[in-house]
Design a protein around this ligand. Structure first.
Ligand SMILES: Cc1cn([C@H]2C[C@H](O)[C@@H](COP(=O)(O)OP(=O)(O)OP(=O)(O)O)O2)c(=O)[nH]c1=O
Length: 191
């Protein structure tokens, strides 16, 4: 089937989630710098990155189709935790998350018809207390390295999650209900 949409993402998780919406899509892989501006609020930052990815994707898309992109960040005490840069950073992130709640923000942007529509989904995730060996073994698994906040709820990190209040698919990287609604509003999916 010919594609109706591009997904501007290198994330296999976003690809798998979008496939659950059952529409034919292809990938574009724009390079967007992810750096928070001083004093930029977390919600503004995640929205800006999603928009930058969608617009950069549209600029390189081979056909004039809508382009969907997303970004996920973890926020604790107003501080943004992105992907850990090394082991020490990864362990420090897990310590920050241990025994308490944090927010996961995922923004999705759809560039189409000369504009860009955005949706932001915030989910509260609670971790049980983590021991030093929980953290060391989890880092050694390799799973945290490419994930915002240094964990994956869909993988080994799921064992740390005692509670989730909001959208599970948003925490993984693409909120299914809100993305479907975005695509419906744009006339890309039937209502
Ligand atoms: C909190 C959490 C994050 N993540 C992932 C989702 C995202 O892929 C990643 C956050 O990084 P992002 O910068 O949002 O995305 P990405 O660089 O992986 O992919 P792209 O920009 O090409 O679309 O962390 C999980 O997989 N599980 C989780 O529980």
């Amino acid at each position: 089937m010919s594609p109706v949409l591009y997904l501007a993402s290198a994330s296999p998780r976003r690809r798998e989630l979008l496939a659950q919406l059952e529409l034919p899509f292809e990938l574009v892989l724009p390079q967007v710098e992810e750096r928070r501006a001083p004093h930029e609020a977390a919600a503004d930052y995640v929205r800006r990155l999603a928009r930058d990815k969608a617009l950069a994707g549209r600029a390189m898309a081979p056909r004039p189709l809508p382009v969907l992109a997303g970004d996920t960040i973890v926020v604790v005490d107003g501080e943004v935790l992105e992907k850990p840069v090394d082991r020490a950073d990864g362990l420090a992130m897990l310590s920050r998350l241990s025994g308490r709640s944090h927010l996961v923000m995922t923004a999705m942007a759809l560039a189409h018809r000369g504009g860009c529509e955005l949706t932001l989904v915030t989910t509260e995730v609670t971790f049980r207390a983590l021991s030093a060996s929980d953290k060391a073994r989890y880092w050694a698994s390799g799973e945290p390295a490419d994930k915002a906040g240094g964990y994956g709820i869909q993988g080994l990190g799921g064992r740390f999650v005692s509670r989730i209040d909001g959208s599970y698919s948003a925490v993984v990287g693409l909120p299914l209900v809100e993305t479907e609604a975005l695509l419906q509003r744009a006339g890309i999916l039937p209502r």
